[in-house]
Design a protein. Structure first.
Length: 284
């Protein structure tokens, strides 16, 4: 079975406000939208070449960050846990996502308890090797939400506190790979979070990114089997991953990095499950 990925079309994307340190609305021009649409199309094609089945939902005028589909929900087995955003600038997305997901009869839509904040798969990442979720909190999602979602999904969940507003979601600084390795950027985490990671991942499986790779959003990647789809990477980073046996598919995602997002942010994996009959399971 092909890995299933959901994307949101980029027709209404722009950078008009600042809710993370990467967002630079002063640098945004109308020409950037054309570049963003081309970059999104290039990403979709790269994912399909890597074996993914990609579906697309329509974005809505007035909500420019809807393109970052990873934030719409946590998906596991047949359940969608719908996100609730911390910043007012994104809260209007929730109703549109609920309507779009409601058309998918194969999934159960679950709402967070009142007052609980959690921003989707960007802060709730499935590790197919260890059969656990890693859950970011402290910047944009609540620790209590991480634990609540883990209980609802019936999956072991490891909360990781994020230490820097620059790495506001877990997917900006942490990426488990199919072979059991984990890409991460240590300065993004508290000491307790680093201890939690190192307690569960063997030293030889930890691949530490430097500041250059982290700033290029190379950890914000989509791993499909032995292929990693990511933004343009430093040569040294490509060499490290190639040395581990991975094929790198690079896409110029600069228009989205202007808003603090890249490949993982633009996608939502739909087939994470307790039992995964996917490309990772076949080749990991």
């Amino acid at each position: 079975m092909k890995p299933a990925i959901l994307m949101t079309d980029p027709a209404h994307y722009d950078v008009r406000y600042e809710i993370n340190p990467w967002m630079r609305p002063a640098e945004w021009t109308p020409e950037h939208l054309s570049s963003a649409i081309r970059a999104w199309q290039d990403l979709k094609r790269a994912l399909e070449r890597a074996g993914a089945d990609v579906s697309v939902i329509e974005s809505t005028p007035g909500w420019p960050d809807m393109v970052f589909a990873a934030n719409l929900a946590v998906v596991f087995d047949r359940k969608f846990v719908l996100a609730r955003f911390r910043h007012e600038e994104r809260r209007g997305e929730e109703a549109h996502f609920r309507a779009a997901l409601g058309a998918r009869a194969d999934k159960e839509i679950i709402s967070l308890p009142p007052g609980m904040i959690q921003e989707g798969a960007g802060d709730f990442i499935w590790d197919v090797t260890r059969r656990i979720f890693w859950a970011g909190y402290g910047q944009r999602s609540d620790r209590s939400a991480a634990l609540w979602i883990g209980d609802v999904l019936g999956a072991e969940t490891v909360p990781l506190e994020l230490a820097s507003p620059r790495f506001y979601h877990l997917d900006t600084c942490f990426c488990p790979l199919s072979g059991g390795e984990v890409l991460y950027y240590p300065p993004a985490f508290t000491d307790d979070a680093l201890r939690a990671i190192r307690a569960r991942v063997a030293p030889q499986a930890l691949i530490e990114a430097d500041a250059q790779a982290a700033a290029a959003f190379c950890i914000n990647a989509v791993n499909l089997g032995r292929t990693i789809v990511m933004s343009k990477a430093p040569r040294s980073w490509r060499a490290i991953l190639a040395g581990r046996g991975y094929k790198i598919e690079e896409v110029d995602l600069a228009p989205f990095i202007l808003s603090g997002g890249a490949a993982f942010c633009l996608t939502l994996r739909l087939d994470n499950a307790h039992v995964t009959a996917s490309l990772e399971a076949a080749t990991g």
